[in-house]
Every structure is written in C-alpha cells, then in structure tokens.
Design a protein around this ligand. Structure first.
Ligand code: ADP
Length: 379
C-alpha cells in the first residue's frame, strides 16, 4: 500500500511539475512573441526615414516625424541648409546643387527606405509631371496633384463637390465688375492685379509685356480664409486642423497710407506672400466647413484612383453674407499650417498633445506601418 501511495504522490508531483513546466513554456513563448512583435514594430518604424525638400513646411514635417519616432532626412539646396541645421530637425542633410539633382540622389533615398513628403515647393521645383516618375516611396496620391495644378481640372473638381466658385471671364471685354487678373505659375501671387472694367485691364496688362497666360476671376469682396484639412484612409475620417490668412506684400500694407498717398505714388497692388497669420473661425461656420472638405474628398475618387488623402487646403473668400467662394485647392500640406508647429486650437481639442499637420502625416504613416497597411498611405 505504501508503494501505491508513493507512486501516486510521485505522479501527482510530476503532474504538477509538468503542468508548471507547460505553463512556464507557454508564458515564455507568449513573452517572446510579444517582445518580438514589439521589436518588430519598433524596428519597422526606425527602418523608415521621413524625407522632404528643405523649404516650405519642411521644419514641421521633419519635427513631426521625429516626434513620432522616425529617422529624418532633409534634401537641401546647398544655399538653404542653415535653418535645417540650426533647428536640429533633420538627422541627416543631403545637399544638392540644384533641384533637378533630386533624381540623382533618388537611389540613395530608396536605399534608406525614405518616404518623401511632398509640399508646395517640392511640387513646384520637381513639377507634377516628373513627380509621376518618382520611384522612391511617396506619401499621398500623385495623380491628384495634376488636378490641383490645372486650373480647368481644379474648377471641375470643386464644382462637382458642390462648392461656389468666383466667376471666370473668358475675355476682357466681358468684364462687368472687379476682376483679379492671375498669371499662371505666378510664384505666391506676385504681379496679380485688379481691373474694374476692360479698359482698366488693357491699361494694366501693358505693364506685363509677354504675359499671355492669365485668368480673369471675379474679385470677391470679403475676407480670405484658408482651411487646412486632413483626411486619413486608415480611419476614413476628415479632420479640420487649422485656418490661416496670408500676409501679402504690398496688399497688406497699402491700407497703412492714406488713399490720397496711394494714388500719388501710383502703387501696383501685388499679393506676394511673405508669411501666414492664424485665424480662429466663427464656430457656427464649422459644420459647413466640414461638409465642404468631405465632399472634396468624396469627389476626388471619381477622378483619381485612391482619391485624395492626407493634408489639403481650401482657399476661400467669405463674403458679408457668410457665403464661401472657393478659388483654389491645394492637395498637399500648405505653408499656412506653419504657425501651428505646436498644434492649433482645433488639434488641441482632439489630440491633447502638440499635433502639427507635419506630425499628423507622420502619425498616419506610423499607424499604417503598425497595421501592416503602408500601401494605404503611399501613392
Ligand atoms: P496663389 O497662386 O499664391 O495661391 P492666390 O490665388 O491665393 O495666389 O491669390 C493671392 C491673393 O489674392 C490672396 O490673398 C487671395 O485672398 C486673393 N484672391 C485670390 N482670388 C481672389 C478672388 N477671386 N477674390 C478676391 N480675392 C482673391
């Protein structure tokens, strides 16, 4: 009997031992998997480099990417390195002699697993046609840049989205109210002028010999408001990030001298952008602002596979009856988001931490990597 009870106690002990061993092995395995998984995520993010061209919104793009845990790289024209060195936002600076040289360093960027964040200067220096040839990973839908760069296509897109646009005059003889004459490819509004009738137009256009590529747009009397949106395909949600207005020379300085003096010195109004000023909107306008953005995103899918995602901006004049006249869309990050490197009043409501548009882009990429859905943020 003694023998039987010893065997039974041995079996019991070994059962407990085996069970313990099993549980230990099981938890150890789980631990290893969890740790590897964690390492996998961490490694994945550190494996990528967020890169952009040193200009426009590069400071906030690179700072935001760093805050989200990415390595950062700034591609700099040799004469424009100073701010990117001084503010320490770039882990690495790649110098180029001129912007066409971007394609010479593309293989180097690919080897670094770089993801390029396009901005206004990037699109303008590289050109949307050449952007289609990019082989390096690119955040956002490339095809949509063609729709924002072409004034005719842009109007089709905005109209289809149900937005109100300023009227366009096909020829100067039709001018029956104030129009703003915009030269195509004008850098930051330089040289735009106002004409109240065809006679004024013909007089003023003489000051721009050889300029034939312009548009005559109804001049809407009201206040300019630029709305900065962000749409993520990961959560299918549109966010209103912030608003700005521009600080333009000399349009914003003419009011500082008396009307008599303005006439005396024969000033030609110009809208050369020099900076951006933050705005907080009348809150009752927000529902309409959200709807406008959502419609633009929805409609974009009819034109370009994958549609618009990431940051974009609607540029509008709001008249005294609170009508929005949208005169332009930018389908990428705009410089008007620069006052909000530490977040805007609106991003604070949602994130409770500093969230610039640049950082929101990096967060979109980070979440895509973590969800193993990187293709959702590339285009
Ligand atoms: P850019 O090509 O630099 O984006 P914009 O088209 O934004 O230039 O125009 C420059 C300036 O002219 C801005 O201050 C804008 O508010 C003003 N503006 C543009 N279109 C109109 C318009 N239709 N009516 C009134 N102001 C306008």
């Amino acid at each position: 009997m003694l023998w039987a009870s010893e065997v039974s106690s041995f079996l019991h002990c070994s059962h407990v031992f085996l069970s313990l061993k099993f549980y230990w092995t099981f938890f150890f395995a789980i631990d290893i998997i969890a740790e590897n998984h964690f390492l996998y995520f961490m490694k994945s993010i550190r494996d990528f480099t967020i890169a952009t061209l040193g200009s426009h919104t590069a400071l906030q793009i690179l700072k935001g990417a760093k805050d989200e845990g990415f390595k950062t790289l700034c591609i700099c024209h040799k004469d424009r390195k100073k701010p990117y060195e001084s503010y320490g936002v770039a882990d690495e600076i790649l110098e180029i002699e001129n912007y066409e040289d971007f394609f010479k360093i593309e293989d180097e960027l690919i080897a670094k697993n770089a993801i390029i964040i396009p901005h206004g200067s990037f699109v303008s220096y590289i050109g949307f046609e050449r952007m289609k040839e990019l082989r390096v990973m690119h955040y956002g839908t490339k095809g949509i840049l063609e729709w924002e760069s072409d004034r005719v296509k842009e109007r089709v897109w905005l109209k289809k989205s149900g937005l109100t646009l300023p009227r366009i005059y096909k020829n100067p003889e039709e001018i029956d109210r104030a129009v703003i004459v915009k030269f195509h490819g004008a850098k930051g509004g330089k040289g735009y002028f106002i004409a109240n009738n065809s006679q004024e137009f013909h007089e003023n256009i003489k000051k721009y010999p050889g300029e034939n590529d312009y548009v005559l747009q109804e001049y809407v009397v009201g206040v300019p408001v630029y709305t900065h949106y962000f749409y993520s395909r990961l959560n299918d949600e549109l966010e209103v990030m912030s608003f700005d207005k521009r600080y333009e020379s000399n349009a914003d300085s003419i009011g500082r001298i008396a009307a008599r003096d303005q006439l005396d010195v024969n000033i030609l109004t110009s809208y050369t952008i020099t900076g951006n000023i933050p705005i907080v909107m009348r809150e009752s306008l927000l529902p309409e602002i959200f709807t406008m953005g959502e419609n633009v995103v929805k409609t974009s899918r009819e034109f370009v596979s994958g549609g618009l995602f990431g940051p974009f901006c609607l540029e509008a004049i709001i008249d005294p009856n609170l009508n929005f006249y949208v005169f332009e869309i930018s389908a990428r990050i705009v410089a008007g988001t620069n006052p909000y490197i530490n977040g805007s009043p609106y991003t604070w409501l949602r994130y409770h931490e500093p969230m610039s548009t640049g950082r929101r882009i990096a967060r979109d990429i980070r979440e895509a990597i973590e969800k193993d859905a990187l293709s959702k943020v590339l285009g």
